[in-house]
Design a protein around this ligand. Structure first.
Ligand SMILES: O=C(O)CCC(=O)C(=O)O
Ligand SMILES: [Fe+2]
Length: 852
C-alpha cells in the first residue's frame, strides 16, 4: 500500500493519498470516525475493506476528513498538521502508540502494510507556501517517500511541522459484505434517546444510494450525470439495503471463518450471542434508552471479551466485533460516526458521497466566503415625528409602553397567558396534537413600534466594516466528537481497545482552540452587534434535521406578525406581503413527540437530529457566549424553536426589529438548513447594523450550517425575497430581568383576555388599513377617514382595546376619538410610518446585491 502526503498551505492540513491494492474497492462504502484525536477509523460497512488509520497525536480532528475516490481507488484524507512540537511519545496504555501496538498484536496477524510514512522533517522547512497546480512547479520540494500522483495539487510547507503525517493503514481481511453490519434499523419511535443517542442507521454510501435515508430526491440537490449513474446503482442496491435496514431481531452469530480456531469462534459467537441478547433486550426495552444502552454495552463488553479470548483467530475476533456491532446496531446504534458532528444515522449518504467521495465539493467549505456589503439601497427608516394625536407612537422611551399597564389588551389568542418564553406553551402544543388542531403559529418576531435603541458603541478602530464570518467547523467537530463519545459504538470501540483517549496535551489544544473560536464569536458580536458563524452545524445534522422536519410539513402554518406591544400579548395577523414564511413552533414536548396528528392523520415523527442541533446552538449561546459578554450575562432561557420555511416565489419578511418593546429577547439566533443554496435564489438575511463605522447593510445568505446571531433589540433585518424553499430555525434568547419585567407588565394588565372574534375583527381592520389603497384599502380621503372612524366605533370593545394597544393608544376611548378626528393627511402619514416599519404591501424586485 502506498501513499503520498503533502502539506497544504495556511496550516490547512496534510493531504494524504493512500493507494489501495487493486481489486479491493468493489462496493466499498466509507464511514469515518475520528476517535479522540488519535485514531481515524475508516470503515467499509458490509463491504470489503475496513481500515483503521492511526493519525498522529497532534492531528486536529477539525480537518480529519476523508475522501474516497472509487474511480481511482485512492483514499485521501486531510489532517491538520501543527507547527508545534508533537507530544512526547506516549507510553501509557491510552496512547496512540499503545493503540497501535494493540492493533499490531491483534492475533492472527491481520495483514497490514505500513508504507514508510514521510518523516516529519521531510515536510518541514521554511519554504513559503507554493501551490503546485497540476504537478510540480520549479523548485518544488517534495517529501522523500511520497509520491504525488499526476494532476494533484501539491504544496510546499510554509513552516516546520513536527506532527506531519504518521499514517499506518491496516488491511484487515475482507469481511463478507453484509454479514458484518446487518440489522441497522431505525429506533422505535419514542424509544427515547440520550443526547447523541442512536438514530436510524443505514451505512452511508459512496455510490449515491440514498435508499432508506429519508431524503427525497429533491433534498439531495442536483445530480451530476455521474451522480445519476451512481444513483441508479444505488437504487439497484436499495433492495439490499432493505434487508440490511430491516429491524433486526437477534442477529445470527457470525459465521466462523474456516481459518478460525474453534475456540475463538465459539467465544466470539458467545460474544455475538450476548450482543444479540443485548440487542433483544434493547429492542424490548426500547422505551428506555438507558436499558438499551446498558444491554448494548453489556453485549459489547461481552463481545469484546469474546473477541479477546479468540486469541487464535483474528478473523474470528473481527467477526465477533462485527457481530457485537450488530448487536449494538440492533439497539439502534450507529456503527461509526464521522466525527463531523454527526454521521450517526442513515441520512448521511449524500454527505458521505459529497465529502468523502470523488466529488468536487469533497472538501468541506473552508470558510473562504466573505461578507459583502450590498449597496445601501434601503436607508434605515427615519421614524416620522409623532403626530399630535399620538397614534402609533414610534418611540417608546420606557421600553414597555406604560399604557399597557393601564389598559387591557388581548392576551395570547392561544394558550393560557403564562410565561411561555416567547414560544409555544403546552396548551398550544397540545392543540397541535389534536386531530383538528393545527400547529401553533405565533411569531414573537415582529413588533409594531420602533425601538428606543441604546446608543451603540462605535466599531472599534481597525476592524473591517463588515464582520468577517467565523469558521466554526472545529466546533462542529468537537460537538460531533462529544456525541460520538457517548455512542454505543464508541463504548464498543473502547472495549475493543480501538478507542483511545486523547492525550492531555491534545485535550488542552482542543480546549484552547474551542475557546479561541468562541472568543472570536463573542468579540465579533460585541463589536458589530451581529456575527456570522460558518459550518457550526455539520451538513449531516442539517440534512438529518431537514428529513425529520419533512414529515411535519402539513403542520406548518403561515407566519404571523405579532403586532402587540409585548411579545407575550397582543394580536397576530398574517400578511404574506410582510411575512411570507410558514412556521412550526416546537417546544420540548413537541420535540420529544413520537407523532403528530392533524385532521385525523397521524404522522410519526422524531427530532433527534434537530434536538442535537438545538442543543449545540444552546451550548454556543449559554456556555460559549454568555460568560464572555456582559450584555448576555443575564440570559436565562430561550424561546421555543421556530422552524420557518419561505416557500420560494419571492417569499420574504419585511424589515423589522425583533424586540422593540423590551420584551426580554436579547439575542436572535438563526440556523440555516439549506444545502447548496445559490446566490441567485435570493433569501439573504439582510442586516442593518447601526454601529458607527460598520457597513450599514449586510447580506447573509442562508447557507447550510451557517448560524447568524444578532442583538434582538438593535439590529433591524429583513429576509430578502427567496426564490427557492428556504429553511431556517429561529431561536430567541431571553434576558432574565427584562423578560421578568415584561411578563409582569403583561400579567398585571386587567382583563387581559380577548375573544377570538375581537381579534379577528381587529386583524381585519388592520389588514384594510395596511392594504394598498388602490385595492381594498381604506382611502386617505375624507370619506375614507370617516369610514374608518365608523368602522372602529362599531368594533366590539375587545377589538378596540386590541387595536389601541397595537397602535400605541392609551385606551379604547382614545382610539375611537383618534379615528373620528383622523384627517387624510394623518392617515397617509401613519400608513407611511407603518410601511416604513415593514408593514403593508411592498414590491421587491429580485435582489441583485452581492451576498455571502
Ligand atoms: O430567517 C431569517 O433569516 C430571519 C427571520 C426573522 O427575522 C424572524 O423570524 O424574525
Ligand atoms: Fe426577525
Amino acid at each position: 500500500m502506498e501513499f503520498s502526503a503533502v502539506l497544504k498551505p495556511d496550516g490547512d492540513g496534510v493531504e494524504v493519498e493512500v493507494q489501495l491494492p487493486p481489486g479491493v474497492l468493489a462496493a466499498v462504502d466509507v464511514l469515518v470516525d475520528v476517535l479522540g484525536d488519535d485514531i481515524l477509523v475508516v470503515q467499509s460497512p458490509g463491504c470489503d475493506q475496513p481500515l483503521q488509520v492511526r493519525l498522529p497525536v497532534a492531528v486536529d480532528p477539525e480537518t480529519g476528513r476523508v475522501r474516497f475516490k472509487r474511480a481511482t481507488g485512492k483514499l485521501t484524507f486531510t489532517a491538520a498538521a501543527r507547527a508545534t512540537a508533537p507530544d512526547p511519545p506516549a507510553t501509557d496504555a491510552s496512547s496512540p502508540a499503545a493503540a497501535l501496538s494493540h492493533l499490531e498484536s491483534t492475533p492472527a496477524n491481520i495483514p497490514f502494510t505500513t508504507s514508510s510514512p514521510p518523516h516529519a522533517d521531510s515536510l518541514s522547512g521554511a519554504a513559503p507556501c507554493t501551490e503546485l497546480a497540476g504537478g510540480e512547479a520549479p523548485g518544488a520540494t517534495k517529501a522523500p517517500g511520497t509520491s504525488s500522483p499526476a494532476g494533484t495539487t501539491a504544496f510546499i510547507p510554509e513552516r516546520p511541522t513536527a506532527a506531519a503525517v504518521d499514517v499506518v493503514v491496516y488491511d484487515t481481511p475482507i469481511t463478507p459484505a453484509r454479514a458484518s453490519f446487518p440489522g441497522f434499523s431505525a429506533p422505535p419511535p419514542g424509544s427515547g434517546h440520550e443526547r447523541g443517542g442512536a438514530p436510524a442507521v443505514v451505512p452511508g454510501r459512496c455510490d449515491g444510494g440514498a435508499s432508506g435515508m429519508g431524503l427525497t430526491r429533491e433534498d439531495q440537490g442536483p445530480l451530476s450525470r455521474e451522480d445519476e449513474a451512481s444513483a441508479s446503482k444505488g437504487t439497484a442496491r436499495a433492495a439490499e439495503d432493505e434487508q440490511v435496514s430491516a429491524p433486526a431481531p437477534a442477529p445470527a452469530p457470525a459465521p466462523a471463518p474456516a481459518t478460525t480456531a474453534a475456540a475463538g469462534a465459539a467465544t466470539a459467537a458467545t460474544g455475538a450471542a450476548t450482543a444479540a441478547t443485548g440487542a433483544a433486550t434493547a429492542a424490548t426495552g426500547a422505551a428506555t434508552a438507558a436499558t438499551g444502552a446498558a444491554a448494548a454495552a453489556t453485549g459489547a463488553a461481552t463481545a469484546a471479551t469474546g473477541a479477546a479470548t479468540a486469541a487464535t483467530g483474528a478473523a474470528a475476533a473481527a467477526t465477533g466485533a462485527a457481530t457485537a456491532a450488530t448487536g449494538a446496531a440492533a439497539a439502534a446504534v450507529y456503527p461509526i460516526s464521522n466525527g463531523y458532528g454527526d454521521g450517526e444515522d442513515g441520512n448521511d449518504a449524500k454527505l458521505y458521497r459529497d465529502f468523502y467521495c470523488d466529488s468536487p465539493s469533497v472538501m468541506l467549505p473552508s470558510c473562504t466566503t466573505t461578507l459583502t456589503a450590498p449597496p445601501p439601497q434601503i436607508p434605515p427608516p427615519t421614524p416620522p415625528p409623532s403626530p399630535p394625536n399620538g397614534w402609533c407612537k414610534s418611540t417608546n422611551p420606557g421600553g414597555v409602553n406604560p399604557t399597557l399597564v393601564q389598559e387591557p389588551v388581548c392576551s395570547r389568542s392561544l394558550g393560557d397567558g403564562s410565561d411561555n418564553g416567547g414560544g409555544v406553551n403546552a396548551a398550544r402544543v397540545a392543540a397541535a396534537f389534536e386531530p383538528t388542531g393545527g400547529t401553533s403559529s405565533r411569531d414573537a418576531g415582529f413588533s409594531f413600534t420602533a425601538p428606543e435603541l441604546p446608543s451603540p458603541a462605535p466599531l472599534p478602530s481597525g476592524l473591517p466594516p463588515i464582520a468577517p464570518p467565523i469558521d466554526c467547523r472545529y466546533l462542529a467537530v468537537a460537538n460531533g466528537l462529544r456525541v460520538s463519545a457517548h455512542s454505543y459504538t464508541a463504548l464498543l470501540a473502547e472495549a475493543m481497545g480501538m478507542r483511545q483517549r486523547s492525550s492531555a496535551a491534545a485535550e488542552r489544544r482542543k480546549t484552547d482552540k474551542v475557546n479561541e473560536i468562541l472568543q472570536k464569536v463573542a468579540d465579533t458580536l460585541d463589536a458589530y452587534g451581529y456575527a456570522v458563524l460558518d459550518n457550526y452545524i455539520a451538513d449531516a445534522a442539517i440534512k438529518g434535521s431537514r428529513a425529520e422536519l419533512r414529515v411535519m410539513e402539513p403542520h406548518y402554518s403561515p407566519g404571523m406578525i405579532w403586532v402587540g406591544k409585548e411579545a407575550e400579548t397582543g394580536a397576530q395577523i398574517s400578511v404574506s406581503s410582510v411575512r411570507g414564511d410558514i412556521v412550526l413552533w416546537l417546544d420540548d414536548q413537541a420535540l420529544n413527540a413520537t407523532a403528530f396528528v392533524k385532521d385525523g392523520v397521524r404522522r410519526e415523527c422524531s427530532f433527534l437530529q434537530l434536538q442535537q442541533m438545538l442543543a449545540d446552538v444552546d451550548e454556543l449561546v449559554f456556555e460559549g457566549l454568555r460568560p464572555r459578554l456582559s450584555y448576555l450575562a443575564g440570559l436565562h432561557r430561550r424561546s421555543d424553536a421556530m422552524m420557518a420555511v419561505y416557500p420560494g416565489k419571492g417569499a420574504r419578511f419585511a424589515k423589522h426589529v425583533d424586540n422593540t418593546t423590551m420584551d426580554g429577547r436579547r439575542l436572535t439566533v438563526l440556523t440555516y438548513l439549506n444545502p447548496d443554496w445559490q446566490e441567485k435564489q435570493g433569501g439573504a438575511l439582510r442586516l442593518f447594523p447601526i454601529r458607527k463605522g460598520a457597513a450599514p447593510v449586510v447580506d447573509v445568505l442562508p447557507v447550510a450550517g451557517r448560524v447568524a446571531l444578532f442583538l434582538s433589540a438593535e439590529v433591524a433585518h429583513e429576509v430578502m425575497p427567496a426564490y427557492a424553499p428556504r429553511h431556517a430555525v429561529t431561536l430567541w434568547y431571553f434576558d432574565a430581568g427584562e423578560h421578568a419585567a415584561a411578563l409582569t407588565a403583561a400579567k398585571v394588565m386587567p382583563g387581559a383576555s380577548c375573544k377570538p372574534t375581537a381579534q379577528a375583527a381587529a386583524t381585519a381592520l388592520l389588514r384594510d388599513l395596511l392594504a394598498d389603497e388602490a385595492s381594498s384599502g381604506i382611502r386617505a380621503t375624507p370619506e375614507g377617514c370617516k369610514e374608518l372612524g365608523t368602522r372602529v366605533a362599531a368594533l366590539e370593545l375587545g377589538a378596540q382595546q386590541l387595536l389601541a394597544a397595537v397602535l400605541g393608544l392609551p385606551s379604547a376611548t382614545s382610539l375611537t376619538e383618534t379615528m373620528r378626528n383622523l384627517t387624510p393627511e394623518s392617515l397617509r402619514m401613519r400608513r407611511e410610518e407603518l410601511r416604513n416599519m415593514g408593514l403593508g404591501t411592498q414590491h421587491h424586485a429580485p435582489d441583485t446585491s452581492s451576498h455571502v
